[in-house]
Structures are given as structure tokens and as C-alpha cells.
Design a protein around this ligand. Sequence first.
Ligand code: ZN
Length: 136
Amino acid sequence: MKINHIEHIGIAVKSIEESRKFWEGVLGLTCYNIEEVPDQKVRTAFFMIGQTKIELLESTDPEGTIAKFIEKKGEGVHHIAYSVDDAVSALQEMDAKGVQLIDKTPRKGAEGLNIAFLHPRSTAGILTELCEHPKH
Ligand code: ZN
């Protein structure tokens, strides 16, 4: 598996409307996309920094994983996502290396990416996402 770059950093927030005041007002970044991912019970807001995005994650459901994460740990970094060329073979390689997979096969994430999560138990405590840009 070759990691191309950090695709995005996912940050759990209580409110995108509140948090974007920091990202836009203080850091001067531009939110270029807000998208709901019903599958993951989140609303996401994206900011581009070089080729890496900041992905703000706001829960749309009090029972959702982001709501539960904030309940336990408060707002903050939720996961790091790496860009890979082939998510299926990357997952196979991680599986073969004994990494605990949350997703056995990639699924559709925000912005049409094929994504899969690795369990933080196997990834030095950091929830890790592999992202593949779908080929055209
Ligand atoms: Zn993500």
C-alpha cells in the first residue's frame, strides 16, 4: 500500500455553524462544500489546505458515532484519512498484517470517495480512514 498524502483530517464538532467561525473567521479558510452523509449520520463541511482537507463532522443523530464521540471525549480530532490508489487491495494488505478492519470492503463516503476505516486499536489509537478517489 502506498499512501499518497493525507486526504483529510476529520474533526468532530457540535455545530458546523459555530466551528466554521474559527476556520473561516480566524484561519481565513473557505468552506467549499457542506454535505450530509445519511449513512454515517453526519453533516460534513470541507476546507482545503494544499491537497489536504479539513472535514468538520457534525452529528445529525444523538445516537450517531460523532455524537457519542463528543459525549466521551469532547470536540476534537476524530480521524485521519490517507489517500491510497486502491482501497480494496489496501484493505487486503491491512487485513493480512493483522490490522482490525471496521469496513471489510470500501463504501461511499462524502465527496464520492471510496472509504474504509481501520480500528484505532490496531492503528496506534488513531481512527484511520483509507480513501480512494474513484477512477473516471
Ligand atoms: Zn473522513
